[in-house]
Design a protein. Structure first.
Length: 398
């Protein structure tokens, strides 16, 4: 039976970052993923400043920046009037080396991390390996995996469960994942159309209120990513039809010709949190531990922050002889951040965009504009929404 110090289940962004970091610290690590190859999911597009600082340590930030776009501002706007609340991340220049959001696809990170893993000592990365069973004793974990050549058993002192929203590790350890699934489905559509030529003063990240509801426009180097929603009385299947997408895009900017739409994907949105980030020798990170609406772009970022926090502690335990009790601090530090910062802010962002009442929208716009006009509240808001204050809060917990 093969033995590792740490097995990481899941080679999404969180599992790969955790695996790279442990291996670079000299810890024998195996990362497994059930997919046949690198995770190319069409999901996250925003990296926040602290995540860029962390990924710098792994030598990934400059390459991400080369494949992405800096977003020095982001905004909430009224589509019809172009009235907006413009948040300017340059006010964080004393707080971070990266006072901007980076607009770059999650799959760029998984590809870069995958390539780096090929040349990292102490790290094995195996695809087509699905964890199906898990037992624990005082020496650690034994996992059963399904591979192309049949079932195998692997052993490790610790298992990082970075196996995403439907985490099998979570089910096998009996952990509860409390929360709710939101009623709406988000439909992501990407287009090469240059909205910036028609809509004045767009940022790279725009959350937009319009008379018919809401949409967002997130820019990536070669395209715009549009989050769209079903019209009243429209089913998700109907909303996914090309003509329904076309109709909604024409509402944003009416054109004399059809939009070039590259990709269309529906997503259900959730707000869920695991009860404990630790189940014996199994430690949860990323979507396996917390799920949130993408509004504000915090799920993957928060997962990378989990990976850094957890690997700091595993390094202390496995390399410096710290007590295993230290791993309990991981839950104490990261779960409140997920609950009070990541889930709470994402929920507020989602609610803000879903509310339709024009009187409420007017008042909210004025409130946000006043908040931005005051340098103290503007900076405080950006420290929170850029996930900096959550990390500072966690650092105070022992
Ligand atoms: C539309 C959308 C937009 C988003 N935008 C943002 C954003 O801008 N910013 C942001 O921070 N977040 C965003 N998110 C959230 C982000 O995509 C997730 O938080 C992120 O993918 C979580 O990474 P992860 O590594 O925890 O899990 P995943 O990316 O889900 O990876 C889990 C991996 O585990 C593997 N796996 C699962 N089960 C097993 C098993 N039994 N054995 C072996 N392998 C297994 C899977 O194959 C997968 O590769 C967005 C999400 C959506 C849906």
């Amino acid at each position: 039976m093969q033995h590792f110090q740490v097995i990481v289940c899941g080679a999404g962004p969180v599992g790969l970052v955790a695996g790279l970091r442990l291996a670079r610290a000299g810890i024998e690590t195996l990362v497994i993923d059930k997919s046949p190859g690198v995770n190319e999911d069409f999901r996250a597009s925003t990296f926040h400043p602290p995540t860029l600082e962390m990924l710098d340590e792994l030598g990934l930030t400059q390459e991400l920046m080369a494949s992405g776009l800096e977003a020095p501002t982001w905004q909430i706007r009224r589509h019809e009037s172009h009235d907006k609340a413009l948040f300017d991340l340059s006010v964080l220049s004393g707080d971070t080396r990266y006072p901007f959001r980076l607009q770059c696809e999650q799959r760029v990170l998984t590809r870069l991390a995958h390539h780096q893993a090929q040349n990292t000592a102490n790290l094995q990365l195996r695809y087509g390996v699905e964890l199906t069973g898990l037992t624990q004793d005082e020496r650690g974990v034994k996992v059963t995996v399904q591979t192309a050549s049949g079932l195998q058993t692997l052993q490790a002192r610790y298992l990082i469960a970075a196996d995403g929203a439907r985490s099998v590790c979570r089910k096998l350890t009996g952990m509860t994942f409390s929360g709710e699934t939101y009623p709406e489905t988000t439909i992501l559509a990407t287009t090469t159309y240059r909205f910036e030529d028609q809509l004045p003063e767009l940022s790279q990240v725009n959350y937009v209120w319009c008379e018919q509801g809401t949409f967002s426009l997130l820019r990536l180097p070669e395209l715009w990513r549009c989050s769209l929603y079903c019209d009243p009385d429209e089913s998700v299947d109907q909303a996914l039809e090309p003509q329904a997408i076309e109709r909604k895009l024409q509402r944003i900017v009416p054109r004399g010709q059809p939009y070039e739409v590259l990709e269309i994907r529906p997503y259900r949105l959730h707000r869920r949190l695991i009860d404990d980030y630790r189940a014996g020798s199994v430690l949860f990170a990323g979507d396996a531990a917390h799920l949130t609406s993408p509004s504000g772009g915090m799920g993957m970022n928060g997962g990378v922050h989990d990976a850094f926090n957890l690997t700091d502690k595993l390094m202390a335990v496995l390399k410096q002889g710290a007590s295993d009790e230290l791993l309990n601090v991981y839950t104490r530090q990261r779960r409140p951040v997920a609950q009070d910062e990541i889930l709470a802010q994402s929920h507020t962002n989602r609610m803000r965009m879903q509310r339709r009442d024009p009187v409420w929208r007017d008042a909210e716009m004025k409130r946000l504009q006043a908040l931005i006009a005051d340098p103290v509240t503007h900076r405080a808001h950006l420290l929170k929404s850029s996930m900096i204050s959550g990390l500072a809060q966690a650092a105070l917990v022992t």
